[in-house]
Design a protein around this ligand. Structure first.
Ligand code: URA
Length: 434
């Protein structure tokens, strides 16, 4: 078999066999297939697509390209959740302790932010001492001992995806639905997940900008799960405006803590309870969504979810004084409240613009190797559909220089659009696909 023939076959819109896909992925993993051939193949897939069967074979080949975690000796059912990435999405910080408090153990390997979308590891690392590099043994021991782990992906899981993703990032081949679906699902399968809740974001602040694209990605990922003997449910959720109010690492940790104490923005609380309820049903801790939701509401209200979060931080070496008193978390030297320049109904709070503004302030990274500033970011005080009076708080900017602050001010004001006419709030969820 030759890599070039496999590239030509995909270029000519033909379906690849399982053997061809396995040969190609093995060659990418070992380095026998050079980057230029892998990139040419990724472009052919982006342009010509893949069938669900090819995508499943690709997913399994990538999952099996490295270590496969087996959690069956540690938990009765290994559940996981994955968000396709968005702005202000700190759901994992609340949902994982919440379901763990309901008696459903969860060990999660999360990622860093890239581009305008934030990453769970960057958020957790704003807690001094918190270790996001657990070894496999530490991961398994902590999952067994406290039923909750939140760490980075081990280097041995799905290495083929690691290599391909890095290439896709610099060759314009990220936005391919089969490549995204196989990339996400290969990591979940390699991490041992048997049941997965997929939070597929849709809107201007997401990879999937339209409902049709999000639906296609969700259907493909749930089909891959079914074909590979896993269960999955996909929630299509809105990402036209940020989720909750805080965008930026320490700011988002503070908002998650507030939520775990029973407060938090209404949209974010609702989002977390819905995701948690689906996880509890998939993890067989509740008969149906209503019972699951009641269980989650109770564990949020009685402080058990917060206690789990604190236990997690402590177990992973974080200094709990910073979560007990979140005002100790990194704070930016320049904080400015931006008042509304006019009265009206808010018709848009452009999530991508707000996410990119936070990145420019230093909350995110343009390249994988860049460092992030944990303290900076934006707090959004209003949602689409709100009536706002002139002078009411619209945004708060947390910056590390005056220049960054004034650039952010202009950009944020342009990210907000207005009308004299009432405008309906955006839905939180569009569809559930299982
Ligand atoms: N997230 C992933 O893990 N992979 C992709 O290809 C896109 C988003």
């Amino acid at each position: 078999m030759r890599a070039v023939d496999i590239i030509i076959k995909k270029r000519d819109r033909l379906e690849l066999s399982e053997q061809e896909i396995r040969f190609f992925i093995q060659g990418v993993t070992t380095g026998d297939i050079p980057d230029y051939q892998a990139a040419a193949w990724a472009m052919a897939v982006l342009l010509n697509g893949m069938t669900a069967r090819e995508t499943t074979d690709l997913t399994l080949a990538m999952a099996e390209s490295g270590e496969m975690l087996d959690l069956s000796g540690v938990v009765d059912i290994a559940v996981d959740k994955h968000s396709t990435g968005g702005v202000g999405d700190k759901t994992t910080l609340v949902v994982e302790p919440l379901v763990a408090a309901c008696g459903l153990p969860v060990g999660k390997m999360s990622g860093r932010g890239l581009g305008f979308s934030g990453g769970t590891l960057d958020k957790m690392e704003s807690i001094p001492g918190y270790n996001t590099r657990l070894t496999r043994e530490q991961f398994l021991a902590q999952l067994r001992d406290i039923g909750l782990v939140l760490t980075g992906q081990s280097g041995d899981l799905a290495p083929a995806d690691g290599k391909l993703y890095a290439l896709r990032d610099v060759t314009g081949t990220v936005p391919s639905i089969p490549l995204i679906a196989s990339s996400i699902m290969s990591k979940k399968i390699a991490a041992g997940a048997q049941a997965i809740v997929l939070d597929v974001k849709v809107g201007v602040g997401a990879f999937m900008q339209t409902l049709d694209q999000a639906r296609e990605l969700a259907r493909l990922m749930t089909a891959i799960a079914a074909r590979s003997g896993r269960r999955a449910v996909a929630l299509l959720s809105d990402m036209n405006q940020p989720l909750g109010c805080a965008v930026g690492n320490a700011l988002e940790v503070r908002e998650a803590i507030e939520t775990l104490h029973g407060g938090g923005p209404a949209d974010f609380v609702e989002h977390c309870l819905t995701v948690a309820a689906h996880l509890l049903v998939l993890g067989r801790r509740a008969e149906g969504l209503d019972a699951a939701r009641r269980m989650a509401e109770q564990k949020l209200a009685d402080g058990s979810a917060w206690a789990m979060f604190r236990t997690l931080v402590q177990a992973q070496g974080g200094d709990v004084r910073f979560v007990d008193e979140p005002q100790r978390l990194p704070t930016a030297p320049f904080i400015e409240l931006i008042p509304a320049p006019r009265a009206g109904y808010v018709t848009a709070m452009d999530a991508r613009e707000i996410g990119e503004t936070a990145v420019t302030l230093g909350a995110g990274r343009a390249r994988k190797e860049d460092a992030v500033d944990p303290a900076v970011g934006v707090v959004v005080h209003h949602k689409v559909g709100d009536w706002v009076e002139t002078g009411q708080p619209l945004f708060t900017i947390h910056a590390n220089s005056r220049e960054a602050l004034s650039a952010a001010r202009q950009r944020l004001l342009a990210a907000c659009r207005w009308s004299e006419q009432p405008c309906p709030p955006l839905p939180l969820f569009y569809e559930v696909i299982d």
